[in-house]
Design a protein around this ligand. Structure first.
Ligand SMILES: Cc1cc2nc3c(=O)[nH]c(=O)nc-3n(C[C@H](O)[C@H](O)[C@H](O)COP(=O)(O)OP(=O)(O)OC[C@H]3O[C@@H](n4cnc5c(N)ncnc54)[C@H](O)[C@@H]3O)c2cc1C
Length: 456
C-alpha cells in the first residue's frame, strides 16, 4: 500500500492547482486521474495547423485568480486578450443574426445612439431597458432566478432576446431556475449598491478585455501546472474506484487495484463523479450532491477555407435564444476571437449543442451531430462550403446547474464534510463556476489542507 499525505482525485485545473500549492509548501500529494490525459474539461487539440479548445477557450479577466496563476507560472507573455478590433457579438433572432449594439454589456446599454438604432429590440423593449435606471430596488429576497432578475429590471424582451441566451445559455440551463445571486453576484451587487445595474456599470467604466486566453490554447495552463509537479506524483489511467475512512485517514482503491492510504482526500471531480465515488464511503455527501442537476453539451468544430464562408465572421460569434427554432446554443468564430487558431486563409468555427434545451442532440452519432451542426450553422450565417474537417467533443453531465437553493446545498455540504475531517470536495458547479473560481477554490483548499496536516 502506497502512503501519501493528500490524495487528490481528478487531474483537471482544480486538482492540479491544489497539488501545485501543496507541493510548493512541501505537503506530499498524489494526483490520480481516471483519463489518459490531464486537464479534464481543459483540452486543446492541434490538427493540420488548426488549434482547437474543446472545452474552455478563455478565462474571465475580471476575476483575478487565473491571471495571477498564469503570471506566477511564467505564462504572462503567452496570455492573449480576445481580439479588441472585432468585439461584435451577434444574437440570432427571427432566423437572422443581429449585432449587439456597441456599448452593450450583457443586458446593459451603456451607449445611447447605437442602442437606439439597434434592430434587435422593439421601441417598447428599448424604452423598458432604458427605464432600468429608475426601476426600484428589489425588496429583501434571499435568492432570485436569472429570468426574474432580468425581467424585473430590464423587461421581458431583454430577457427573451438577450438575457436568456447570454446568461442562462452559457450555463446550458433554464433561466427560470438558475440562481442569479450565485452565478452573477456582480450584477446583483450593482443593483444593491447603486440602485441600478445600468448606473453601476457606467460608473464602473470599461474594465479592459473581458476574456484572456493563451497563445497555445488553454492546454498550456495544464502542461505548465503539471510540469511543476514531481512526475511520479501524477497517476494517469488511475481512477479512484472506492474511498473510505480507515482510522484517522482514508484508504482509496485505484483502477489498477493499487491502494493508497492518506490523511486527506480531495475529490476534485465532476459533480456526478464525486457523488458516485462518495456513495460507498460517504453516502450523506452523495445525497447532498444528488440535489445538483447536470446538463450535457457537445462542441462541434468546422475548419473551412475562408472563401467557403460568405459571412464576414466579423465578431466573436453568436448566441441563440431558446425561442429560436435553430438547434445551436451558440457559435464562436474562433479565428476572429483569437489569433493563431488556423493556418493561412482558413477559418475555424465552433458550435455548441445540447444543454437542458436539447438533450436529444447528445444521442446522435458523430456524423449526424456534425451534419446537424453544419445545417444549423448555415441557417444562421449563410451558405458554407465543404469543411476541411469537423470535430466533435462531447461533455456528458459536465455542466452543473447552479439553481435556486444552491446556497443551502453548499451549507449542507459544509456541515456534512465537517463530520469527516480531511475530506474535501471541490470543482466546477459547487463554490466555483469557471476556471478563475476553480483556481481560487483550489488554492483556498490547499491552505486548509496545509493547516490540517500540520496540526498536531
Ligand atoms: C463546453 C464548456 C466550455 C467552457 N468554457 C469555459 C470558459 O470559456 N471559461 C471558463 O472559465 N470556464 C469554462 N468552462 C468551465 C470550466 O471548464 C470548468 O470550470 C473547469 O475546467 C473545471 O475544472 P475541474 O478541474 O474542476 O473539473 P474537470 O475539468 O471536470 O476535471 C475533473 C477530472 O476528474 C477526472 N475524474 C473523473 N472521475 C474520476 C475518478 N473517479 N478518479 C479520478 N479522476 C476522475 C476527469 O477525468 C477529469 O479529468 C466550460 C465548460 C464547458 C463544459
Amino acid at each position: 500500500m502506497h502512503r501519501t499525505n493528500a490524495l487528490i482525485a481528478g487531474g483537471g485545473v482544480s486538482g492540479l492547482t491544489t497539488a501545485y500549492d501543496l507541493n510548493r509548501v512541501g505537503v506530499d500529494c498524489v494526483v490520480a486521474e481516471r483519463g489518459s490525459r490531464l486537464g479534464g474539461l481543459i483540452f486543446t487539440d492541434a490538427h493540420d495547423g488548426f488549434l482547437m479548445d474543446g472545452g474552455p477557450d478563455a478565462f474571465l479577466t475580471q476575476k483575478p485568480q487565473a491571471t495571477a496563476l498564469c503570471q506566477e507560472l511564467g505564462l504572462g507573455s503567452e496570455m492573449i486578450p480576445t481580439n479588441p478590433d472585432r468585439q461584435k457579438v451577434y444574437v440570432l433572432y427571427d432566423g437572422k443574426l443581429h449585432a449587439l449594439p456597441v456599448g452593450m454589456r450583457l443586458t446593459v446599454p451603456t451607449q445611447w445612439l447605437p442602442f437606439l438604432l439597434s434592430d434587435l429590440f422593439t421601441w417598447r423593449g428599448k424604452l423598458r431597458m432604458l427605464f432600468e435606471r429608475w426601476t426600484p430596488r428589489r425588496p429583501q429576497v434571499d435568492e432570485e432566478s436569472v429570468e426574474s432578475f432580468i425581467v424585473r429590471r430590464f423587461g421581458r424582451e431583454s430577457f427573451d432576446r438577450l438575457g436568456e441566451p447570454m446568461l442562462a445559455g452559457i450555463h446550458c440551463g433554464d433561466g427560470s431556475r438558475l440562481s442569479m445571486d450565485v452565478l452573477f453576484p456582480r450584477l446583483v451587487s450593482l443593483e444593491t449598491r447603486d440602485g441600478s445595474v445600468t448606473r453601476g456599470m457606467i460608473a464602473a467604466g470599461r474594465q479592459g478585455t473581458a476574456f484572456t486566453s493563451l497563445v497555445g490554447g488553454m492546454g498550456r495552463l495544464i502542461e505548465t501546472l503539471a510540469g511543476k509537479l514531481p512526475k511520479g506524483n501524477i497517476l494517469l489511467n488511475e481512477g479512484i474506484e472506492d474511498v473510505h475512512r480507515e482510522g484517522d485517514g482514508f484508504v482509496a482503491r485505484l483502477t489498477s487495484g493499487a491502494k493508497i492510504q492518506s490523511n486527506v482526500v480531495v475529490l476534485a471531480l465532476p459533480i456526478h463523479s464525486s457523488r458516485e465515488l462518495a456513495r460507498g464511503g460517504f453516502p450523506a455527501v452523495a445525497e447532498i450532491l444528488d440535489r445538483i442537476k447536470t446538463a450535457s453539451s457537445a462542441v462541434v468544430f468546422h475548419a473551412l477555407a475562408k472563401d467557403d464562408v460568405q459571412h464576414p465572421l466579423d465578431g466573436y460569434g453568436f448566441v441563440v435564444p431558446t425561442a429560436e427554432s435553430n438547434r445551436l446554443l451558440a457559435a464562436t468564430f474562433v479565428t476572429t476571437k483569437f489569433p493563431g487558431r488556423a493556418p493561412g486563409d482558413n477559418v475555424l468555427i465552433r458550435t455548441f449543442l445540447g444543454g437542458l434545451k436539447d438533450p436529444e442532440a447528445l444521442t446522435l452519432p458523430d456524423d449526424e451531430l456534425v451534419a446537424l451542426s453544419r445545417r444549423e450553422l448555415a441557417r444562421a450565417v449563410g451558405p458554407l462550403g465543404e469543411p476541411k474537417f469537423s470535430k466533435v467533443v462531447r461533455w456528458p453531465n459536465r455542466t452543473p446547474q447552479v439553481e435556486l437553493g444552491h446556497r443551502t446545498i453548499l451549507t449542507d455540504l459544509d456541515t456534512e464534510l465537517a463530520k469527516t475531517p480531511g475530506l474535501y470536495v471541490l470543482g466546477n458547479g459547487l463554490k466555483s463556476v469557471g476556471i478563475p473560481d476553480c483556481i481560487g477554490q483550489a488554492r483556498a483548499t490547499a491552505k486548509q489542507i496545509t493547516a490540517f496536516v500540520e496540526s498536531p
